[in-house]
Design a protein around this ligand. Structure first.
Ligand code: CU
Length: 360
């Protein structure tokens, strides 16, 4: 009886570009209901060296929450990461550490996070930027960071144990590379990735090209899955007995996901990011969208598909442009409908991978 698979998650929010995007958090039907329960907790041991169950070698131990700080109440993940300029480089700092993270709908879990956020902070750069990203490992286990989709020098690729030694607990590794392609990317752990990514270690990375003035809102949507048990947060994996029971969009489960507000006629760019280990057919109500980029590569106009559902597999990114045609509240959700529940329950008309675009 094996279980396997990873889960992951992270979702990001934000990036509100341009005019007219009000991005009202949780008003109306998406009101927050922070009633309660702490789901995780537990387990005093540290993650490192914890004897895991015999799951074919996967370390299925829960994230320890002993002595772990909580993110500030109401905190969202994927907040823009401030950078500084130093000698021609854009300098960013990431620190991986455990955190107590409120997924929403009453669930708070122990998770592994960059800078205390799920998903990690959003790194935004421009084509041509030289990046210097200093990664500090404040976990009890080794880690590394891979820049998913970016063409970087091999030594900067972050494949722990392959292109670099793992970053030991307490140490810092500096990644330096130049970004040359505009598009939607993400970063994630590449050490014990089955476990660390599933427990939260990923974040959005966007390389901006020329701005598109016709887009009123630019919203990354990071899709992640979680397995929350009585023992705490354990890695969700695609195998029997390890399947996820919670799903997050930018680190939150509906009804605690962020609603996007735009005006009629405005266009929204949504950047779906499959950060987890499960495929999600993402569907938008109220009219079709055009797929303008896949995996960080622009799609030539003549080849752009117009659809209302796009299957976002693990590791994939789809940038879609949706035009607000009619006033109202239009749902955005995964069409594997188990993924729109919270531990099997539907709350306020949805759950998990559900949010909405409110057109005013
Ligand atoms: Cu799904």
């Amino acid at each position: 009886m094996r279980k396997v698979l990873l889960g992951v998650g992270g979702a990001v929010a934000l990036a509100v570009v341009g005019v007219g995007l009000v991005a009202g958090a949780g008003d109306g039907m998406l009101g927050m209901d922070h009633s309660a329960t702490t789901v995780a907790g537990s387990a005093g041991a540290t993650a490192e060296g914890m004897a895991s169950e015999d799951m074919g070698g996967h370390d299925m131990s829960p994230v320890s929450t002993t002595g772990v700080e909580s993110a500030e109440p109401g905190a969202e993940g994927g907040r823009p990461l401030p950078g500084t300029r130093r000698r021609g480089e854009k300098v960013f700092k990431l620190a991986a550490a455990p955190v107590r993270w409120t997924i929403g709908d009453g669930a708070t879990v122990g998770a592994l996070a960059y800078n205390g956020q799920i998903p990690g902070p959003a790194i935004r750069a421009r084509v041509g930027d030289r990046l210097r990203i200093e990664v500090t490992n404040d976990l009890d286990e080794p880690t590394s960071v891979h820049w998913h989709g970016l063409a970087v020098p091999n030594a900067m690729d972050g494949a722990g144990g392959v292109t670099q030694p793992n970053i030991a607990s307490g140490e810092t590794f500096t990644y330096r590379f130049r970004v040359t392609q505009p598009g939607t990317f993400f970063y994630h752990s590449h050490t014990a990735a089955d476990r660390q990514v599933a427990l939260g270690l990923s974040g959005v990375l966007i390389v901006e090209g020329d701005p598109d003035p016709s887009v009123a809102a630019d919203i990354p949507m990071m899709l992640q899955e979680w397995r929350i048990t009585a023992d705490g947060n354990v890695p969700a994996m695609d195998y029997d007995g390890s399947l996820p029971n919670w799903f997050t969009l930018n680190g939150k489960a509906y009804p605690d996901t962020r609603v996007i507000t735009v005006k009629r006629g405005q266009r929204v760019r949504i950047r779906f990011i499959g950060a987890g280990q499960f495929a999600h057919p993402m569907h938008i109500h109220g009219g079709p969208f055009r797929i303008v980029a896949t995996d960080g590569n622009p799609v030539p106009r003549a080849a752009q598909l117009t659809k209302d559902t796009v299957l976002v597999a693990p590791g994939e990114r789809y940038d879609v442009i949706w035009t607000a045609q009619r006033a109202g509240t239009w749902l955005v959700h995964c069409h594997i409908l188990h993924h729109t529940t919270n531990d099997g329950r539907e709350v306020k008309g949805g759950g998990g991978l559900t949010t909405a675009i409110r057109v005013v």
